[in-house]
Structures are given as structure tokens and as C-alpha cells.
Design a protein around this ligand. Sequence first.
Ligand code: PLP
Length: 500
Amino acid sequence: MKPPLNNNQILKKQVLRKQVSRNQLLRQLPSVDAVLQHATALVAQWGSHQVTAAIKSEIAKARRTLSDDHYSPTASLNNITDLNAEQANKQVLINTIITTVGSTLANSNEPSLRQMINLTGTVLHTNLGRAILPQRAIEAVARVASTPNNLEYDVETGGRGDRDCHVEPLICELTGAEAATVVNNNAAAVLLVLNTLANNAEVPVSRGELVEIGGSFRIPEVMQRANCRLIEVGATNRTHVKDYQQAINSATALLMKVHTSNFCIEGFTKAVSEVELATLAHQHQLPLVVDLGSGNLIDFTQFGLPPEPTAATSINNGADIITFSGDKLLGGPQCGIIAGRKALLNQIRQNPLKRALRLDKMTLAALEEVLKMYRNPESLCDELPTLRYLTREATDIKAQATKLLPLVAAVLPPQYTVESTPCNSQIGSGALPVASIDSHGLVIKCLQDVDLRRLSDVFRQLPRPVIGRMNDGKFWLDLRCLDCEAVFIEQLDDLAPLLT
Ligand SMILES: *Cc1c(COP(=O)(O)O)cnc(C)c1O
């Protein structure tokens, strides 16, 4: 009988065996051309350029792995280096490479911008793309994107047209302004207005309005880039007309008011109204510029929402220029709207920056449709997703929560408990910062924090990621914006396997 092998001998034997299979595998690695010959289906789908590159990289990766001293085959068989040398005849290797390349190419061709489900409770969520476009706007985008169009062409005269003409009359109609133009976003609108009207000049702004929006838009920094000098007036909590008055001199270009859209100063406060500021500005032949931020076009209190100043009110109060976003409360595409006096708008249009910040045809098409919807406020709540979400009744959301509760409970492992609970939604994107709307949702609890974080990770791993909110040691799914209920339900089956 042979004496049993000691540990060292066993190890040596394993290494030797591995070495053999490794060398054998290395020798049997097919050429790129050999794999390509069997990859006609992949070539038809992805083109020979991508497929050749992916095969090359797969073979190179296998060669590297096989040459690595720590190499050991695993049992997954997703990869050629998981094969034993004995299994590895050339055809098996080729098939394995083709399978791997197929899934690599499918993954790398997945869209980077993906559809998600926003259950955060923030209706206008900047990180989740802000306003959802209405169907009519989406159709308009497809229409202008798919054929030549009259973006800058006057069909009647056959001459050159102006791209602003597709939305300017609508903006004027809805705001009461004499003229209007549109740019990439409201940050661009503020930059363009200041650079045109206050280049190398002074602009007094209340210290209570020097806002930062979403990290990168700060009024003082935008002013600097617009080449105008910010003159801070008043105090953080109180600013009076006389503060502006004292700041005005021959270098003053305009007066500016900024809607403090993402915070609220309460208590002993005083701000100068638009009417007072307009009166003062006009006494000194200066224009008043108002950055409304989320400016909306109609009075939202008629839908039971908290009051927010409208664009028309500011124009009526005497503002000479107003700017606001297209994808906040307006519910349209990302853009910045500039409206006001004709003479000032003419100057703004002539600034070379306007060309750099102009809108493309798809955004203009979407904006035109959304603006037209405001002509008929009665149907706005049904047609405009932003308003539909904002005005959804808590009782309706509760009914949805009641329906979904048992379905979610059924797929959660026993350490989780889920309840249907009232919660508060926010408008988001700086509109009405302190206002919250009664809503309803599912709240998931669990003893271990790590399990709860796991759950929120897993919801994000679903084919259409579901984004909830961690708050108060619980995971909240506010159902206010859930309009793809069927997708949500269908995906629940994917949840349980991800949690085990
Ligand atoms: C949101 C906001 C901006 C920036 O608007 P964007 O459309 O995001 O560029 C500027 N000013 C105010 C007051 C805002 O609320």
C-alpha cells in the first residue's frame, strides 16, 4: 500500500494538474477569425467592428487569466477560463467566447439614460429628470425630429425665419409681456439677461436673495460670469426700499429680484415688493429684472395647491424682464424663458451668447405644445403630468396603496414589515420649499439598518429601478407619481430572488 501523501505533495500535484490544463487551454485558444466565422448572428446584430473588438478583448482576457499564477477555474462556466482542459475542445471554447461576447455587447449597448420609477415623494426631482412631458409634446418632438421643418424658415416668403417665432406669441399671450425669447435653461436666461443689460455695471440685490440652487447655480457667481458687479443691499432677513435707493448710482444697470425658491426666511423679515422695486427702478430709468425660478403661468390655488407668484403677476407689478424655468412647475421641457419689454428683448437677442444658449427644434416643439395647453386650464390637470401628480387626491393614492400592500408584503422576507401610511409629498425643484402635499405610501420597516439599506439597493436593481426615500429609519415609497402601476407589480417577482 502506498503511504498517504502529505500536504505539500497534494499541493504540488494540484499545481501540476492545473498547469497542464492551463497550458492545454492556452494552446487551444482559438484565433479571432475562427470565432468570427461562427459569430454571424452577433455580427448581424452589432456590426463586425464591435464584435471583432469584443472577441479580441475576450481572448486577451482569457490569455491573461490563464497566465495568472492565482488562476483557478470556477464552476460558473460563463467564461472560457472556467472550463477544464478536458472539456475544452476548440468548438466548446468558441461557443463560450461567443456567449460571453453576446452578453458583453448587449450590456454595453443598454441605454445609459434609463426609465425609472420616482417614488421619492418629490414630484419635480432634478436628479430624476424633473417634469414628465405630456403625450402631445412627445409627439411634437418626434414630428420635428423626423422630417425637415420650418425651424428658421418663413414658409410664406421663402426667406429666413426666426426660431423664437414658434413660441414667442404664446409666451406673450400667457404672461402679458411684449416680447419673449427662450434659452437652454433658467440659469442661462439669468446669465444672458445680466450679461446683456449689466455688462461691466452694477446690480444691487438683496442679501436675503443671494440664493444657491442645486449646488452649481449661485447668484453671486453667475453675476461674476455675466461680468456685472453685485452690490449687496439690506440684511439677510430685512431689506428696505431705502437700501436699494442708497445703492443706486451712475454705474447701476438694473435692479434685480430673485425668487427665494428653495428656502424660506421666517420671523422678523422684510422684503421689498415687486411693485415698490419697479417704482424705484423706473424713477431712475432702470429696468427691474425678476428671476422667478419656477415661475408658473396660472394661479395654482384653483387646483387646491399653495399660492406661488405667476409670471403675469410679475409683469403686471412692473417687472421689465422676468426669467423662469420650463421644466419646473410649468411642466415642460428643460429651457429658460425670458419675457418682458420689447426694446430690452431686442438687445438680449443680439448678444452673441444667445446663439450659444439657443434652444434646439425638439425642445421648441415640446415647449410650444405645453404652452398651448395653458390656454385651456380646465383640462390641464388631466393632460399635464406634473399637474396631474401634484393634484392627485390623497384618497386616490391611498386606494392604490391598499391595492399594492398585499402584493409587496407577499414578496418581502419575514424580517420586513410593510404598512400603508399617510405621508407628505413635496413639489421639488425649489418650488414652494415649505409647502407639502398630503399623500399616501408604503412604509417598510425592519430591525436591522443593513437589511433596510439592502432593500433600497434591491429596489434600485430592478429592471426599471424604483427610487424610494430613506427617512426616520424606514424606507418610504410615496405612490403619488406611480402611474406605471403594472410595471411596478410585474417587477415585484424579481424582488424576492434579489433579497435572498
Ligand atoms: C431653479 C432656479 C434657477 C435655475 O433654473 P434652471 O432651469 O435649473 O437652470 C435659477 N433661479 C431660481 C430662483 C431658481 O429657482
